[in-house]
Ligand binder design. Structure first.
Ligand SMILES: COc1cccc([C@H]2O[C@H](CC(=O)N[C@@H](CC(=O)O)C(=O)O)C(=O)N(CC(C)(C)C)c3ccc(Cl)cc32)c1OC
Length: 321
């Protein structure tokens, strides 16, 4: 159900949301009115920050200070930038429309978004100059780019009063919500990331893959499939450790639309991990859940009982391997 607000800047924001995010935009637009615009803007601010971090055409000398100051730029109506690709070019060029919509949000929502943007920009800047080597680095990087999103959303939920005050300070469980999704994406996107031009940015921790090969791209070679699968299975097992905390987080949610907003990506993630486990196609192509497979679990996902059933199904198929 697309939202088409009357004022120009918010209309631009929802149009961009639908252009940059496939299925998730629909889930955001089904949020309660009190939260919808704040989450839409939070999503776009994060995509803009991500576009700066990812753009290899931006020199490090410019990128690092920009990532750290971005939380101030989101208040600056004159700020825009030529970078990114596809729909992100429009997002960055017409960013003043995002800023206008951002400045119309309630100040308490602006504050949450700006504070998370500050913390995330600091973290991204830290990892521009260093790689993900240890599992500790891996968890820290995922905290910066994904855990903080869970933490910020929790604060928005609390501020809206659609969820209890406890969500204002739920960093531990909210962080796990982010790590579960981000680690799933990092595992699934091995081939897409390693084939990235000009220089691939890999997030698989060397502390793990270094026990299976000397070079990460060796996993593409068929003769190394046993080592590749060993490494893949270890990373999937590591990602699964976040699942119980995600379930504990979602069990605390009261609003059904907020619950669905949180639960749908988590169900997609456990389904994707189950599909990736021991699956050599991770190293030869794109591993994507079949729409029929997800629709069955996403359609009627309305309660914790439904969520336990979905997790049980995929955990069962993992255990059967
Ligand atoms: C309590 O925490 C959450 C609750 C609900 C959803 C998300 C999380 O889910 C999407 C889901 C999403 O964006 N799915 C895509 C599919 C895909 O990208 O593969 C989609 O369906 O288009 C996602 O992936 N990320 C990106 C990060 C993981 C980096 C945070 C994300 C980015 C911005 C926002 Cl506001 C939210 C999320 C949460 O964040 C942890």
């Amino acid at each position: 159900a697309k939202v088409l607000p009357k004022d120009k800047s918010l209309a631009f924001c929802y149009d961009m949301l639908n252009r940059v995010s496939r299925s998730f935009a629909v889930v955001i637009q089904r949020l309660p009115t009190e939260l919808r615009d704040a989450v839409c803007l939070f999503y776009l601010v994060l995509r803009a920050l991500d576009t700066v971090e990812d753009d290899m055409a931006v020199p490090v000398a410019t990128k690092v200070p920009l990532l750290r100051v971005f939380h101030e730029k989101i208040y600056d109506r004159s700020w825009k930038m030529s970078c990114g690709y596809g729909p992100y070019v429009d997002l960055m060029q017409q960013y003043s429309l995002v800023t206008d919509a951002f400045l119309r949000l309630k100040p308490m929502y602006q504050k949450v978004i700006a504070d998370i943007t500050r913390r995330m920009g600091e973290g991204m800047a830290e990892f521009i100059e260093k790689e993900v080597i240890s599992v500790k680095d891996y968890d820290l990087y995922c905290h910066y780019v994904a855990g903080l999103v869970g933490i910020g959303l929790s604060q928005l939920f609390a501020s809206s009063q659609l969820e209890s005050e406890e969500f204002a300070d739920m960093e531990f469980l909210a962080n796990h919500m982010g790590l579960f999704l981000q680690k799933t994406n990092i595992i699934r996107d091995y081939l897409e990331d390693i084939n990235e031009e000009p220089a691939p940015r890999m997030f698989w921790p060397k502390e793990v893959w270094g026990r299976y090969t000397r070079k990460l791209d060796s996993f593409k070679a068929p003769e190394n499939s046993a080592a590749a699968l060993g490494c893949l299975n270890e990373l999937v097992t590591d990602a699964l450790c976040h699942a119980p905390h995600s379930l504990a987080y979602m069990a605390k949610l009261r609003d059904q639309d907020v619950f669905r907003f949180c639960a749908i990506p988590q169900v997609m993630a456990i389904g994707t991990l189950a599909l990736c486990y021991n699956n050599h196609r991770v190293f030869t192509g794109v591993v994507k859940m079949r729409r029929g497979e997800t629709a069955k679990y996403v359609q009627q996902l309305g309660s914790m009982a439904d969520l336990y059933e979905a997790f049980d199904h995929f955990a069962g198929s993992l255990a059967a391997q």
